[in-house]
Design a protein around this ligand. Structure first.
Ligand code: VGL
Ligand code: ZN
Length: 201
């Protein structure tokens, strides 16, 4: 990790090979939505300055057909959410979309759950590495599902992965799921930091 010290605290200096990856910042995952993540919308004020500062900004979008296998009426664990072309699937109005360079949709195959935006179908690791990206900084929802699986996918894809712990929120179906997910990401090689530890040129 490239660290240096400014006023006695250690910082990670963001450079041209870094990308911000915003996982599923969609209406249905925010308070009032179909699969609301507690405090999900608290991430947006933290994201705004990051979106303006990172050289490359990527967002993923859960994008399900109405008969997706993860929905309760199909035997899955979740209420219907992020159905293609509905309001709930749209990015939340507090997300600054002006600097989004890549949008990755996932979960569009009715028969397969797809929590990771870095799996073999999305080819996102290869696309980012092809653009010279070596490190990604992950934010978004939900810590214990799509953030978790995306982080593991990106590590497997050979990217350096940082998770900004103040800018992720989880569902916590079981209390502590998000904390456990973060510990597991760290054990797998992700670096857990907060947005206040980032420094921009
Ligand atoms: C997610 C549950 C179902 C997520 C997506 O974005 O974490 N969670 N679909
Ligand atoms: Zn989903």
């Amino acid at each position: 990790m490239i660290c240096d010290t400014a006023r006695g605290r250690s910082v990670v200096r963001i450079n041209q090979d870094d990308a911000l990856v915003i996982v599923d910042p969609q209406n249905d995952f925010m308070p009032g939505g179909a699969l609301a993540v507690p405090g999900g919308d608290e991430i947006f004020p933290i994201l705004s300055p990051l979106i303006r500062s990172f050289p490359l900004v990527v967002a993923s979008q859960d994008w399900h057909p109405a008969n997706h296998i993860s929905f309760k009426e199909q035997g899955g664990p979740w209420p219907p959410h992020c159905v293609q072309r509905t309001k709930g699937a749209e990015f939340h109005p507090d997300l600054d979309q002006s600097r989004l360079s890549i949008i990755v949709r996932k979960g569009f195959d009715a028969r397969h759950e797809q929590y990771s935006c870095f799996d073999e179908t999305s080819k996102l690791s290869g696309m980012l590495k092809g653009r010279g990206v070596s490190r990604i900084f992950v934010v978004g929802v939900a810590t214990d599902y799509c953030v978790r699986y995306s982080v593991h996918g990106a590590l497997e894809g050979g990217l350096g992965v940082f998770v900004l712990t103040d800018a992720v929120r989880g569902v916590d179906v079981k209390p502590g799921d998000s904390e456990r997910a973060l510990a597991e990401m760290k054990a797998a090689g992700a670096v857990l930091i907060t947005s206040s530890e980032l420094a921009f040129l």
